[in-house]
Design a protein around this ligand. Structure first.
Ligand code: CU
Length: 324
């Protein structure tokens, strides 16, 4: 179904994360600095598991104390996300925003994570659409990105970044687009996604409170893809969002291109930590033949109650799931 949004997505890529920062970031941290233990800690048990593999994410993006998942707050640790632009349905917009610091002024100092100072993710609140954008920052701290929200409704925007000298944060804010809005039911749980002729399969389970291994395998025309291209310092970037509140999850890629042990497909491995049972939407960005594509899945952690899905009549056919 979608269109423009989708395009946007393809244009970018990212990684995921949970506690905080953005995906690319958090999840995406650049190079391998192991995260401090407290960083991951929202769930202690998870950490151990995560540490074993966590080598590549820069980690800085996570929240320190683990109490609250990232992305749920518009303001955290003295930093606040401030949208400056209203978006109208279907109109390409130069969307502007700032992140202000404790002094109330726009932040102009950022650490680079996965090649970018800030990763900006925009999803519809029904989790049907996803865009991963990389805004540009003016010297005064105002960020700008092209943004098109095709349909009216409620959206959630996440800024995933690491302020200079600080630790990673993911701030979230709602973007409301006027007009008649028809929410889509959550896509059904599935281990396979199709996008642009590629099939991506998901192996592994999300386990509440624990780091769990997720393996995504990319194939095209029935053949495994073994020449994925590095994109933002990884072969894939995964963003995981919890259905219901859009908590932004922490996902660490396992291995980095060029480390001598990470293959360029078909498998891309991540370690994800989810805080609770329930349904999550996973958005995988990967690059092949010069283009970034996004595969999306709905995965259920633990024995959570399924969220209501489509009413029988709702037209929520699977065919259109990959709409972002
Ligand atoms: Cu990004």
């Amino acid at each position: 179904m979608n269109t423009a949004t989708r395009l946007g997505v393809y244009a970018l890529g990212l990684a995921v994360v949970f506690g905080g920062a953005l995906g690319a970031g958090r999840a995406i941290g650049p190079a391998g600095t192991p995260l401090p233990a407290e960083d991951h800690s929202a769930m202690a048990p998870a950490e151990e598991a995560a540490e074993g593999h966590g080598d590549d994410h820069g980690g800085t993006t996570q929240q320190a104390a683990g109490d609250t998942p990232g992305g749920l707050q518009v303001s955290d640790k003295g930093y606040t996300l401030n949208p400056l632009t209203t978006v109208k349905a279907g109109e390409p917009t130069d969307f502007r925003f700032t992140v202000t610091g404790v002094d109330g002024k726009p932040v102009t100092g950022y650490e680079v994570e996965h090649e970018k100072e800030l990763h900006f993710i925009v999803v519809s609140r029904d989790l049907a659409t996803f865009q991963h954008l990389h805004p540009t920052r003016a010297a005064d701290g105002v960020w700008t990105t092209k943004l098109t929200l095709d349909e009216p409704g409620a959206y959630r925007a996440f800024a995933d970044f690491v302020p200079a000298g600080g630790s990673g944060l993911t701030l979230g804010t709602d973007l409301l687009v006027a007009g008649d809005y028809e929410p889509k039911p959550l896509t059904e749980v599935s281990r396979t996604a199709e996008v642009d002729g590629y099939t991506v399969s998901l192996d592994g389970d999300l386990v509440p409170g624990r780091s769990s291994k997720l393996t995504l395998s990319v194939s095209k025309d029935g053949k495994p893809v073994t020449d994925l291209q590095p994109y933002l310092e990884a072969y894939g970037h995964l963003v995981a969002l919890r259905a219901g509140d859009l908590a932004y999850l922490h996902v660490h890629p396992d291995g980095t291109p060029g480390d001598g042990k990470t293959a360029a497909g078909p498998e891309i491995v991540f370690y994800a930590e989810v805080p609770s049972a329930g349904d999550y939407r996973l958005f995988l960005d990967f690059q092949h033949e010069g283009k970034v594509r996004t595969a999306d899945f709905t995965a259920r952690a633990g024995a959570g109650q399924p969220r209501p899905t489509a009413e029988p009549s709702a037209g929520a056919s699977h065919d259109d799931d990959h709409t972002h």
